[in-house]
Design a protein around this ligand. Structure first.
Ligand SMILES: Nc1ncnc2c1ncn2[C@@H]1O[C@H](COP(=O)(O)OP(=O)(O)OP(=O)(O)O)[C@@H](O)[C@H]1O
Ligand SMILES: [Mg+2]
Length: 512
């Protein structure tokens, strides 16, 4: 007897289809799985035998060989358990209908329960693109799978459900397609809760408008973390494509929220400073996405930047430029997307009060220099906007005046993004911060006096070519926010102002 059941596999973000072929022949009873299966797939044998028994079906008294094709693709994990189980039902005559347009994925436990798996979304998307009509997934993943339009999704609790479904005893009901509820787009935190700090808020508004990386420096309790946490509330709404891209990464990591399976709010990832390089960039035997990829299309917030391990931080340099990260391991090479906005906050010194207007810093110059030197020049160069967050003034903190809401700020940000969308139509650039070097002269046209200002600054400050590019991009955003086609002198001046903290703190000339 021979049967073929369709399944799906995943390597990184790339889904592929897998054929589970089964053959039973006379001979000493045996159960073999071949086709480059890793150890977990081998263990499937025991799980499936046991599940079959718990469903009251006898294991065929024959030589059973299962082949997972194509054999040259590495399959791992337990996602094919359900398909192997179904294949056994086919050869034992419990399924007689044509199931070639259905795919089966899921891990089977000893008692037949079908358990949650990671990466369901990219797999179901592939199934749809390959023309499958239906897909059977673990019940726990059904909601996530229902995000994909145009394919029937069945959630399976237990292998017994499959037996009953195909035996027409009790058919499974398809999962209803997922529709985003409007309230899922709202945040509970709001910029209106931050009193005063108008300069810092304006800087964050520019950052959000152009997708620029921001570094905030200030004394303890000045509100840096508070401001950063609210930054996602003023970012433009995610497009459906962005939502799918981000959800794919979250799906592979198994962190998709059960109640809201589509990521519709820009991610805000804020890893602790003790995070390892692999945790940040991705890693593992079969490389899994790191925090930078989980922050794809959203924000990566590094609070207490100077406390991070210096080598860990240096890893960020390449992904920040390329917007993707490639991880190589023995199992293969995987590329994950990581287009994120980097936001970091730090104190200027170990005690936190270096440069404070009222309190005296107790650190020695050497200590301050050592603390600041944890942020290397190249990393510092990648922050387009530096913001000094001064201590909140009493009048501000005690004021009852209403502050501007996130919604009002977001409207301006969205308007600036629309200008950018028009500008970058037909390219894969999404915002000013991502302008490629080739496109820079074309879209960043300066007036003569703007060019003169930039030339003076470039020579006086000894700017790097990267800093030059980045100043120009920030100036582009400032011009956009002010409704100007060309970049004028005030736009350049403001953009340069946003880079002034590296001179204040990192030039080694400042007095505490
Ligand atoms: N501008 C502000 N308006 C209202 N509350 C504020 C403001 N700034 C700070 N706070 C209050 O102070 C608390 C501490 O702020 P926050 O944690 O953001 O400081 P921080 O700058 O990150 O400090 P640290 O350097 O110690 O991490 C906030 O939770 C908030 O209650
Ligand atoms: Mg903080």
């Amino acid at each position: 007897m021979f049967a073929k059941v369709r399944s799906l596999g995943l390597f990184g973000l790339n889904a592929f289809s897998v054929d589970v072929e089964i053959e039973t022949s006379k001979g000493t009873p045996a159960f073999e799985i071949v086709g480059l299966a890793d150890i977990v797939v081998k263990e499937s044998r025991e799980r499936i035998r046991s599940a079959l028994r718990s469903n009251g079906t006898a294991f065929p008294l024959a030589k059973v060989i299962v082949n997972l094709a194509p054999a040259d693709t590495k399959k791992s994990g337990s996602v094919h358990d359900l398909a192997i189980f179904v294949a056994l039902l086919c050869v034992t005559g419990q399924i007689n209908e044509d199931i070639s347009k259905s795919a089966f994925i899921g891990e089977v436990s000893l008692n037949g329960d079908v358990r949650h798996i990671n990466g369901v979304l990219p797999m179901v998307m592939l199934a749809k693109n390959e023309g499958f009509e239906s897909v059977f997934v673990p019940a726990d993943n059904a909601y996530e799978a229902s995000v994909v339009d145009g394919i029937t999704v069945y959630g399976v609790e237990n292998t017994a459900d499959i037996v009953k479904h195909f035996g027409r005893e009790a058919v499974l009901l398809p999962q209803r397609p997922y529709v985003v509820k409007p309230e899922e787009r709202f945040d509970v935190i709001d910029f209106a809760e931050v009193k005063g700090q108008h300069a810092a808020k304006k800087a964050l508004e520019y950052a959000a408008a152009g997708g620029h990386n921001v570094l905030m420096i200030g004394s303890p309790g000045s509100g840096k973390s508070m401001l950063a946490k609210r930054l996602t509330t003023i970012l433009p709404a995610m497009t459906f494509e962005e939502s799918i891209e981000t959800t794919n990464v979250h799906s592979v990591s198994g962190i998709v929220d059960k109640k809201t399976p589509l990521v519709t709010k820009r991610p805000f990832r804020s890893p602790h400073h003790t995070i390892s390089a692999a945790g940040l960039a991705g890693g593992g035997t079969i490389p899994r996405p790191g925090e930078i990829s989980l922050a794809h299309n959203g924000l990566l917030f590094l609070d207490e930047l100077a406390e991070f391990d210096r080598r860990t931080l240096e890893i960020l340099r390449q992904p920040l430029e390329d917007q993707q990260v490639t991880i190589s391991r023995a199992a293969g090479t995987i590329t994950y997307p990581c287009s994120f906005m980097l936001v970091a906050a730090m104190n200027p010194c170990p005690c936190g009060y270096y440069g404070h207007p009222a309190r005296k810093c107790i650190c020695g110059q050497g200590q301050v220099a050592k603390y600041l030197s944890k942020i290397s020049g190249p990393l510092l160069d990648r922050f387009d906007i530096h913001v000094e967050v001064p201590p909140v003034e009493f009048d501000n903190i005690s004021s009852t005046a209403k502050e501007e809401s996130s919604e009002a700020i977001r409207e301006r940000v969205q308007a600036a993004r629309e200008v950018q969308n028009k500008r970058f139509k037909g390219t894969n650039i999404t915002c000013n911060a991502k302008i490629t070097p080739e496109l820079l002269p074309e879209v960043c046209i300066m007036t003569d006096r703007a060019r003169e200002t930039l030339k003076n600054v470039f020579e006086k400050m000894g700017l790097s070519a990267r800093a030059y590019d980045r100043i120009l991009k920030v100036a582009r955003t400032i011009a956009d926010m002010n409704g100007s086609e060309v970049i004028d002198k005030p736009h350049i001046a403001q953009a340069v102002q946003f880079r002034s903290l590296d001179r204040k703190y990192w030039s080694g000339k400042a007095e505490p």
